[in-house]
Design a protein around this ligand. Sequence first.
Ligand SMILES: Nc1nc2c(c(=O)[nH]1)N[C@H]1C(S)=C(S)[C@@H](COP(=O)(O)O)O[C@H]1N2
Ligand SMILES: [Mo]
Length: 486
Amino acid sequence: MIVTHFLNIFFLLLLARSGLEVLAAHPKLYWSDDCPPARPWARFSKKVYAPDSRRLWTSHDEEEAWSPVIALPGRRNLGLGRHWHFMTVQFWVLTGAVYLALVFTTGHWRYLVPTSWSLFPDSVKTVGTYLQFRLAGPLPVEPFNAAQKLSYFVVVFLLAPFQILTGAAMSPSVIARFPRYTRLFGGRQKARSLHFLGLVAFAAFTVVHTAMVIVHGLPREFAAMVLGSYDADRRLGLAIGLLGLLLLVAFHVVITRFSLHHRRRTQHLLGLMVNPFERRISRGFTSRQHYSRRDISPYFRVNGYPPVGEDYQRLAADGFRDYRLSIGGLVEHPVTLGLDELRRLGNQSEITKHNCIQGWTAVAQWAGVPLARVLDLVKPLPDARHAVFYAFDDKARTEGSSGVYYESVPLYLLTKPQAILALDMNDAPLSIEHGAPVRIRLETQLGFKMVKWVSAVEFVADYRQIGMGQGGWREDNQFYANEAGI
Ligand SMILES: Nc1nc2c(c(=O)[nH]1)N[C@H]1C(S)=C(S)[C@@H](COP(=O)(O)O)O[C@H]1N2
Ligand SMILES: [Mo]
């Protein structure tokens, strides 16, 4: 239990710092899944973007760069922050499971689980004692006083599971497969807000808990904490305790610097543990979303500035009459299709919730050709494993970064029920900002996989030869995981 206590501190700090990195990517909290730009309930950013702004802005502009002192790793590294968060959560849950097993096999649970209503008035009395600057002693034959017992119970048995449950409610594949689960929390944004308030609760607990340890005497408490008894050698306990904290801080400094200086290595190393985790959670899930027209969001954010190249401009100038989508690579029947031909392949419509990796959501109706139809038509060869969707936007020209946007998608995602080549949004042809004339919709995935302004599709055996080889533009440039289901 001593070890699990230390590991818990260790993992919670990682979760808190990486969680703040994720929050920095969209530093606003809402109660509604429409994410009205002008009405977050909390905003940790000075930038304000209005829905009716005359100049186009994108959700990427809303991102903040937070200091590496508070965020892991800081400085606009959402991809790496998520890697740290999802790596850590696995170990934190494991530690929690071991701790609970110990608590229940040793009988220690009796000191944590309230068995009498008198605990509540007793807790109030205990707090009163502290407020009179006096120390409160433990309950009869128990190690903790009433307020301790109650707060430890709340943290272990309520707050920790609450963070896990609200965390899961934010995953796009969970939202797609079990829309009702997320509705339990009142939607994804409420889950996200509650997850943040859970962090605040953890932080508040930690502050009070630490203050109490100091008030009761650091050497005495450290002896109990690291050596298991109030009678143990206090100097030794204090020394080991402080050394542990020092190592904890040193470790954070090292991993933060490593993450900032070796971003690709960090993406790969953490990916070894994060990618299988994401796959396990999300692979089997199919989207079962059927929102109603009333759910459609009044405002749908844009991410990615529209293409500025002459090729695209010329096509857009006459309503994409000359647009041709070429679908080739490792297929039996490469094709080149105009918009009318595409429309004739089939039409499927769906009202779904979009989940941007940065944190915002919005509901819209999408309609177009089921990607399964496209596969039937071109017939991928046996060695084709991914479809690469290339776009018209060259980020070097729109956002000062590098290269043309693209994303690879594993074939199994293309045959899922709500995967479409969308041509319409909310009953009108796609607008330029939202991806005209063709974008993809993969409803179990994060938004960045849903390429807008698709220029070509290529079936490949391996994506490592494309771009910087990480599987997509955002994986290449922003170190996102190539698994986009959570
Ligand atoms: N070509 C292209 N497609 C793209 C992007 C982009 O920058 N370029 N951004 C992605 C991201 S991160 C998201 S969240 C969605 C946003 O779609 P929307 O602009 O229609 O809201 O598009 C995705 N598709
Ligand atoms: Mo996104």
